[in-house]
Design a protein around this ligand. Structure first.
Ligand code: NAD
Length: 361
């Protein structure tokens, strides 16, 4: 599945479109900048005085202050013009985790990321900040206050996560202070906030279909949900603190809201905030897990006849019924990170932003 080597094209591009009077260390490119996290990243970077290129396969929004480059990150010819002339690259592009396309995950998250690294080097980029995921250390069993010292999951919860591990290893392994190329990985978990296309819309859709009636387990399992602006803040701090002197290159950082919440309480707050009923019946964790396992076996048995895509999977049961929250002490200590928006505010702002999905009373 490796892509063919691409001829260096550095001499073909003679200029960037970034504002000339902004110093090079404030020029950056957001790969995946049309996505949920990417758009918030672009907004905060502009607010903080950066000149911003966006590279994405689609133009998700209009902003005259941003230079868009459309293309596939797997293609060096597409990517190079967007990276030439910037000092920092934020890489937050990925296929949606819900996709069932293994080949796509491997191609974009792994070989595509290797292309990002190579093209950064070709273009003279000095810092690469990857959006990884805290799930790279999660195997479907409880993690409480997990630190970055925990090993990568031997059995990742899905193929998407398997490729996030490959991707993170490639980026951190590329850190090379001698060649003035520094890399780091930010590991968020459960990103939410205004314009999120996944969590809230999917939750409301499920509620509308009457599927949000059950709590898996006793409802006390704590997890991290992280407000998108805090995730962005962690990325920008990492970029600004990364230097040959700080020794932060090649390291990963958890970025959380630092306020783990019971999984079902969080979902219930969103649901009730939009006038939907919170789930109220409890189903024991292991019952749900083995039921989901049975469903998966059924899907495998039926696969020669019909391709089914169940949403009730053991992985989803594990995500909903186990503890998985992470320590962000390392980011606090080494990056000076503190969440900018506390959980109560974050939930309130998110609910407000989705009021168009509110259930009529
Ligand atoms: P998103 O789907 O909203 O955005 C991803 C963007 O990447 C999209 O705009 C898409 O067009 C672009 N993209 C995909 N393939 C591309 C390609 N081949 N070339 C160019 N652009 C391409 O996703 P998001 O929720 O904003 O996630 C951003 C990052 O954060 C991803 O790396 C994801 O793995 C990571 N992450 C997300 C969460 C979460 O809860 N959303 C949690 C942990 C980690």
């Amino acid at each position: 599945m490796e892509q063919a080597a691409v001829e260096p094209i550095k001499d073909q591009v003679t200029q960037t479109h970034l504002t000339e009077d902004i110093p090079k260390d404030r020029k950056c490119t957001v790969i995946g900048g049309s996505g949920f996290l990417g758009q918030h990243m672009v907004e905060q970077l502009l607010e903080r005085g950066y000149a911003v290129n966006v590279f994405d396969k689609r133009q998700g929004f209009d902003n005259p202050r941003v230079q868009f480059f459309l293309g596939d990150l797997c293609n060096q010819q597409d990517l190079y013009p967007a990276l030439k002339g910037v000092s920092t690259v934020f890489h937050c592009a990925s296929p949606a985790p819900s996709s069932n396309n293994k080949e796509l995950f491997y191609r974009v998250n792994y070989t595509g990321t290797k292309n990002v690294i190579e093209t950064c080097r070709e273009a003279g980029v000095q810092k690469l900040i990857l959006t990884s995921s805290a799930s790279v250390i999660f195997e479907g069993v409880d993690i409480k206050n997990g630190t970055e010292d925990l090993p990568y999951a031997m059995k990742p919860i899905d193929y998407y996560t398997e490729t996030k591990i490959l991707q993170e290893k490639a980026v951190l392994g590329a850190n090379d202070p001698d060649k003035n190329f520094l890399t780091t990985a930010i590991r968020p978990h459960g990103i939410f906030g205004p314009r999120d296309p996944q969590l809230v819309p999917v939750l409301i859709e499920a509620a509308r279909k009457g599927k949000m009636k059950f709590v898996i387990g006793n409802g006390k399992n704590l997890v991290d949900f992280t407000f998108v602006e805090n995730v962005v803040h962690g990325h920008i701090l990492a970029a600004e603190r990364l230097s040959r002197d700080t020794g932060l290159g090649g390291k990963a950082f958890h970025i959380t809201n630092d306020e783990p919440v019971p999984f079902w309480t969080f979902l219930s707050r969103i649901l009730t905030g939009l006038n939907y009923e919170a789930p109220k019946y409890h189903i024991p964790y292991w019952v749900a897990y083995y039921l989901a396992l049975l469903v998966s076996l059924f899907v495998v048995v039926m696969s020669p006849v019909i391709q089914l895509q169940p949403t009730f999977t053991p992985m989803r049961v594990a995500l909903a019924g186990t503890f998985h929250y992470y320590s962000c002490e390392k980011a606090k200590k080494l990056l000076g990170y503190q969440p900018l928006v506390a959980m109560d505010d974050a939930v309130e702002r998110t609910v407000q932003s989705f009021r168009h999905l509110r259930k009529a009373q």
